[in-house]
Design a protein. Structure first.
Ligand code: NAI
Length: 331
């Protein structure tokens, strides 16, 4: 039997945590033959509820689950973790200024960066989900300088999967037959869901999504805003934000990162930008990536038209502003 992999989930007593922990324990994230140890972190006010989650994980008798640590101690939580999924953060509440929310998250991510840097296992891979996801990941990167920047990512896979889902609904094809959409930029309403390189498998072979949909007006307008506003639509319907789809996307993100993307397929990940596609280096920006041997690589050489270029710059601009705001919170 394989050695267990230790997975940290922060904010584990929350909504996404409740959906994610059993997925990890069932092998959805790391594979059906990979034993896991779960480290669940939350803050003091949620500690009773966190205990309850641990009790249920024990009650579920998952064969792959080799241990559960539920704690409010960041150091204990980060000890020897191989994969860290960061759900914990400070949500924006009605009437709060952006700067106040940023300021809370900056201090949370600064502290957790140091704990991970000091106590996590070597080559620990980090996925930040908590919003503002890209900028929280950037803060984590800044305050954990000994963790390689390629190991720090944020979640835009939910947006990617939403785009696949909408195209498959529109074409009445199975979602598995649609691939290579791209989410560029920030996990926010400025993100650019791009279908210009996406394809769909049909009876008569592979077709471009543009040709198959055959309605540029829908693709260029309604489709984009459906994806950008999907999070808000879920809140409106459920009175709670996306949780099962977010948990599932987090599993997909880590799964493909560690175990590889299928040949000819890319996925979207928020990663540290090296200047690819003319995007300002030093942001955590969502790109199309392929993964192999536990390493992601930005897909290069895709043709970018003028409309796309503008949308890619626009979401980069928002990230530049968030970065400035985060910096100003440090002073
Ligand atoms: P939630 O509010 O149900 O859970 C958050 C949990 O984090 C709470 O249990 C809270 O006590 C805990 N927490 C707060 N500060 C913490 C700290 N310093 N250390 C550890 N835990 C801490 O929220 P939910 O619905 O589970 O969402 C989690 C985060 O994910 C939110 O920030 C949400 O905006 C974000 N999100 C991101 C998505 C993405 O695609 N990137 C999609 C959906 C949600």
């Amino acid at each position: 039997e394989k050695e267990p992999v230790t997975v940290l989930v922060t904010g584990a007593a929350g909504q996404i945590g409740y959906a994610l922990a059993p997925m990890i324990a069932r092998g959805v994230m790391l594979g059906p033959d990979q034993p896991v140890i779960l480290h669940l972190l939350d803050i003091e006010p949620a500690s009773e509820s966190l205990k309850g989650v641990k009790m249920e994980l024990v009650d579920a008798a998952f064969p792959l689950l080799k241990g559960v640590v539920a704690t409010t101690d960041v150091v204990e939580a980060c000890k020897d973790v191989n994969v860290a999924v960061m759900l914990g953060g400070f949500p924006r509440k009605e009437g709060m200024e952006r700067k106040d929310v940023m300021s809370k998250n900056v201090s949370i991510y600064k502290a957790q960066a140091s704990a991970l840097e000091q106590h996590a296992a070597e080559d620990c891979k980090v996925l930040v989900v908590a919003n503002p996801a890209n900028t929280n990941a950037l803060i984590l990167k800044e305050y954990a300088p000994s963790i390689p920047e390629k190991n720090i990512t944020c979640l835009t896979r939910l947006d990617h999967n939403r785009a696949l889902g909408q195209i498959s609904e529109r074409l009445s094809v199975h979602v598995g037959d649609v691939k290579n959409v791209i989410i560029w930029g920030n996990h926010s309403s400025t993100q650019y869901p791009d279908v210009n390189h996406a394809t769909v498998t049909t009876n008569s072979g592979n077709k471009s999504v543009r040709a198959a949909v055959n309605d540029d007006n829908w693709l260029n307008n309604e489709f984009i805003s459906i994806i950008q506003q999907r999070g808000a639509a879920i809140i409106k319907a459920r009175k709670l934000s996306s949780a099962l789809s977010a948990a599932s996307a987090a599993c997909d993100h880590v799964h493909d990162w560690l175990l590889g993307t299928p040949k000819g397929t890319w996925v979207s990940m928020g990663v540290y930008c090296d200047g690819s596609y003319g995007i300002q280096p030093g942001l955590i920006y969502s790109f199309p990536v392929t993964c192999e041997n536990g390493q992601w690589k930005i897909v290069q050489g895709l043709e970018i038209d003028k409309v796309s270029r503008e949308k890619m710059e626009n979401t980069a601009q928002e990230l530049i502003e968030e970065k400035e705001l985060a910096k100003s919170c440090l002073n």
